[in-house]
Write a protein that binds this ligand. Structure first.
Ligand code: OGA
Ligand code: MN
Length: 267
């Protein structure tokens, strides 16, 4: 079943994202692939550490606060696995058309599908991301496959608490990109993750509920001083189910618009 558009994305924080800071030490990440994920310290639970070259934060305090909650690992899947995963998801993607959502503005230049990964590489990937999730709330077996054109972007949003639980894990294929988090409480607090092809990111807890996340459009695609040119990017995103009573920690904030099922009536 393909999910309705906009289902994951609980509205756009239109007021956020205006004043993007490009300060800080340039070129923290050289673009070199990470050392891989399987070695010592390669766990994916809340004790896990991000690859420091792939994460920038507005302050060391914020980086500490989000330790284990906003995480990125380079080289999580090999080139061979990536090719196999793409072969597996391309037929499903090709059934859809690239679209632009005008009414919620959360995402542009994309097509997406929601599907069980039944091939060997997909099943293996699901097993490998499962440790990122709480044992009692594993990822759903189907992945959200999001295909973004070079000119496409995912605007700042918080995934719907109705349809998504505490943890989001995404594997990026093809093009590098920058995932930017911005605090709903303190908009000066931000984190950027450099998502290289084959990398894994994890958002959970405060990073998932109290920050918007976005994939920067090509013209804003910088990681500090490092330009990250956007090509076509395919992401495999794993989520768990929400608890019966989803947490609603910041529902008083304007960015927490409930996901609109119906586009607004034309004026
Ligand atoms: C989304 C989203 C991020 C990504 O679709 O809700 O945030 O990695 N995608 O593409
Ligand atoms: Mn999202």
């Amino acid at each position: 079943m393909q999910r309705a558009r906009g289902l994951w994305r609980a509205g756009v924080a239109a007021t956020l994202g205006g004043s993007r800071a490009l300060s800080g030490p340039p070129g923290a990440g050289s673009g070199a692939p990470g050392a891989g994920s399987g070695g010592p310290g390669g766990g994916l639970g809340p004790e896990a550490e991000a690859d420091p070259a792939l994460l920038r934060a507005s302050s060391p305090e914020l980086a500490r606060r989000l330790r284990g909650l906003a995480l990125v690992r380079g080289g999580f899947v090999s080139e061979g696995e990536a090719a196999e995963l793409l072969r597996e998801v391309e037929p499903g993607l090709r059934r859809g058309r690239y679209q632009n959502d005008h009414w919620d503005r959360a995402i542009t230049g994309y097509r997406e599908t929601e599907r069980g990964l039944r091939g060997g590489a997909g099943r293996a990937l699901l097993l490998r991301v499962t440790p990122a999730f709480p044992p009692r709330s594993p990822p759903r077996p189907s992945a959200h496959v999001l295909d973004l054109l070079p000119g496409g972007a995912v605007g700042p949003h918080v995934d719907s608490v109705k349809f998504c639980g505490c943890t989001i894990a995404g594997v990026s294929l093809l093009s590098p990109s920058v995932l930017r988090l911005q605090s709903l409480r303190d908009p000066q607090d931000w984190v950027e993750l450099l998502l290289e092809p084959g990398s894994l990111y994890i958002l959970r807890g405060a990073a998932r509920y109290e920050f918007t996340h976005e994939i920067l459009p090509d013209e804003k695609s910088f990681f500090g001083g490092l330009r990250v040119p956007r090509g076509r990017r395919v992401a495999l995103i794993f989520r768990n189910d929400p608890p019966e009573t989803p947490p609603d920690p910041l529902s008083d904030l304007p960015a927490f618009i409930e996901d609109p099922r119906e586009p607004p009536a034309p004026k």
